[in-house]
Design a protein around this ligand. Sequence first.
Ligand code: DQA
Length: 143
Amino acid sequence: MKILVLNGPNLNQLGMREPDIYGLCTLKEIEEKLEQLAGELGVSLDHKQSNHEGQLIDWIHQAPDSYKAILFNPGALAHYSIAIRDAVASVVTPVVEVHMSNVHAREEFRQRLVITPVAAGQISGFGVDSYLLGLRAAVKLAK
Ligand code: DQA
């Protein structure tokens, strides 16, 4: 069973980006931790990251052909991209939305989450563990 791990804008900058908020782990290190957990859970992962909304939309559209669930950190697009929301709503593949920071406790513009209502659920505020908890949720949904 395959799960798609999708990361949106600026998440390729993890490790050097605002470390007081996002910590020092790079995206590659997060992917390695996810791979380890995926091995324990008996699923396989593909990892994709883009800074471009259209590319993320194309990957979401294609997901049902190959994946049973999507683990998705949309980055800032979570707060305003109706196009990504519509893409998520258009596929049968369940999406687990994750955020490293607690977006509910940050600036007002981050408290608006436009994808969450069409996601299977959302995990926010646990740093790297948001991804690991999200993967557990995605695997349960996929089974
Ligand atoms: C983020 C939260 C977003 O508000 C922000 O734009 C990001 C990262 C998080 O993982 O906490 O890029 O999605």
